[in-house]
Design a protein around this ligand. Sequence first.
Ligand SMILES: [Mg+2]
Length: 189
Amino acid sequence: MHIGVDLDSVLAEIIPAMDRFHNETYHTKIKLADHKSFNLSEVWGGTSDDAYNKLLRFQQSAYFDIIKPVKGARRGIAGLNKKHTLSVITARPYLLEKKTIAWLDKYFPKKFKHIYHTNQAARSNEPFVKKSEIGKKLGIEMMIEDNLDFAIDIVSIGVPVFLFDQPWNRVKKLPKGITRVYSWREIRL
Ligand SMILES: [Mg+2]
């Protein structure tokens, strides 16, 4: 089957690099557990414009280049790749395409058929596509994600989702079709 794979916090361990950037630049002590919302202005304070400007600064900094793969992701992807077709569907902005492709080439060479940026993580007035639209276009039958809103969007087209447990996606009861996982080892298809 064709499996859609999210990038940040699924393949790319972005939060430690982002926290280090923020802590060293703005003298804070933010850690993973403080990310109780996916919305960075709720983690960092300030307006959503402030948060977006900080995010841009992070993406252009050396901290962005130290992002490592999520533990177990390379082995997990190598395993899935033997039987399935894999494509990356990330909310990252279009302007990061070059950096994203270079990072995937480094850590996951030739593992993904397509790499789609939906631009949902760009400024809110920019055009974007929904992950479900890309999923439909590609004929995705399964998605691996960490953002609950995106997971809900994907199940709305009848595609089941593995949701990587993170502080920002903890809810009492997950909608039907979404299965919480704690590590790549749990994803055997
Ligand atoms: Mg993600």
